[in-house]
Design a protein around this ligand. Structure first.
Ligand code: G3I
Length: 400
């Protein structure tokens, strides 16, 4: 793999220098001796001649690399935001895959039993089709964002009937209305949980109406129904906290996927959500690569499905932005190094769009004076250093 001459300590050093440069911005530069050019202090942003973000939105030029047709770089979007031209144009120009952040979830698409409303989800899929993009369907069976009527179901027959109708109707709708656009489904999302208090935690099936009434078999059933409905779509299990090889949940998830594969359940891939921070841990990139390798050995595809890198702990200063770039690059480089990884997705376009803003930066009872700023574009839809971390990873250039 191609390696780039960027390492973490260089970023720390450059970041510190830039911080000093910013701190001394108001001071007049020393007069150059003998008419020489004055020393150019490092100022932010300094990477690749990108224009400094301005209050006025201007759309970065199309990134042909993100449209190479072989690998997909996706972004979670909302139907409402796609009505804003700057947002829509940036998504269309910079990505070749979208995910509905909320519009394909059960509560949005089947709010009442058997009553399906595809309006907002279809707006996203139409946008993708019209801009030559593909879609990851998110998500069919999940304990969260379920309508109250599903939560209230009792008895295996009622739950099985509702789950079957939901999967069949949603998958068939996209198979028939937008052929070839929704290429993958997160069939089951976040089915495992860790019970703390045990040594290292103990992995259990997460409490949900599906598990309560159908037992663990609901997972295999969901995949079988999805495969029978659209044999061409890739079918994923998707979860968080399982990105590295370490810990009870990671082990439990790997064991569960191994068992599903061994039993011939039609699962095609493992989605690692990757909601993470800027330090090389939880997992570190090498451990993530090891995890990717063991899923690849099972014959599964892997994807990074929801990546964001919160800056709560380090702040949105130049050092934080550089650490964020490093983190995006190392993780996505590790994924793309595997032939099993052909698609990665970011969980939102621009920093103000992130779900992490709902809680902001809090630590226990403390509200920190920082912002998550976890994505690759800023409020003016300008590329952040993080974008270049993604770009370099796609380009086979992984920082050391
Ligand atoms: O539905 C109401 C709507 O009626 C109301 O107008 C609006 C006002 O704020 O709130 C709407 O509900 C919000 C919903 O998103 C739709 O916008 C909820 O309050 C909000 O909690 C919900 O958050 C979503 C979250 O999933 C729910 O669990 C986030 O936007 C979404 O980014 C997040 O995504 C999940 C993935 O699906 C699975 N992996 C984890 C990831 C992050 O939590």
């Amino acid at each position: 793999m191609k390696r780039c001459l960027v390492d973490r300590w260089m970023i720390v050093a450059l970041g510190s220098l830039a911080l000093m440069a910013c701190a001394s911005e108001d001071e007049a530069p020393p007069a150059p001796p003998n008419g020489e050019e004055p020393l150019q202090l490092l100022t932010y942003p300094y990477h690749r001649d990108e224009p400094k973000a301005s209050a006025t939105a201007s759309i970065p030029a199309e990134s042909p690399f993100f449209r190479d047709g072989e690998r997909h770089v996706g972004v979670a979007v909302s139907a409402d935001r796609l009505e804003e031209p700057g947002y829509a144009q940036t998504v269309a120009a910079q990505f070749n895959q979208v995910i509905a952040e909320n519009e394909m979830k059960w509560e949005a698409i089947e709010p009442e039993p058997g009553v399906f409303d595809f309006t907002r989800a279809d707006a996203i899929v139409s946008f993708a089709r019209d801009n030559g993009m593909q879609v990851r369907g998110h998500t069919l069976v999940w304990h969260s964002q379920l309508p109250a009527w599903v939560e209230a179901l009792t008895g295996a027959d009622a739950v099985r009937e509702a789950m079957t109708r939901h999967i069949q109707t949603v998958v068939a709708h996209y198979r028939d209305t937008f052929p070839g656009i929704v290429v993958a489904w997160d069939v089951v999302n976040e089915a495992l949980n860790v019970m703390q208090g045990q040594m290292g935690g103990m992995v259990v099936y997460r409490d949900s109406v599906f598990y309560r009434e159908l037992g663990e078999g609901f997972i295999a059933e969901a995949f079988q129904i999805a495969r029978a409905t659209d044999p061409d779509a890739l079918l994923f299990y998707n979860d968080f906290g399982v990105e590295g090889t370490l810990g009870a949940k990671s082990t439990g998830t790997y064991d569960m996927l191994s068992a599903l594969v061994a039993a011939g359940v039609p699962v095609d891939g493992m989605g690692f959500q990757m909601h993470t921070g800027p330090l090389d841990q939880g997992p570190n990139a090498d451990d993530f690569a090891a995890n990717v390798a063991r899923y690849e050995a099972l014959g599964l595809q892997v994807e990074v499905t929801e990546m964001d890198v919160t800056l709560c702990a380090v702040g949105g200063n130049v050092l934080g932005f550089e650490l964020q770039r490093y983190r995006f690059n190392r993780i996505l480089g590790a994924c793309f190094a595997s032939p099993a990884c052909r698609s990665i997705s970011l969980w939102g376009l621009a920093d103000p769009n992130s779900w992490l803003n709902d809680t902001g930066c809090v630590q226990g009872m403390l509200v920190l004076d920082t912002e998550p700023a976890p994505l690759a574009f800023d409020a003016a839809y300008q590329r952040k250093p993080a974008w270049w971390g993604v770009y370099d990873a796609l380009n086979g250039c992984t920082y050391q």
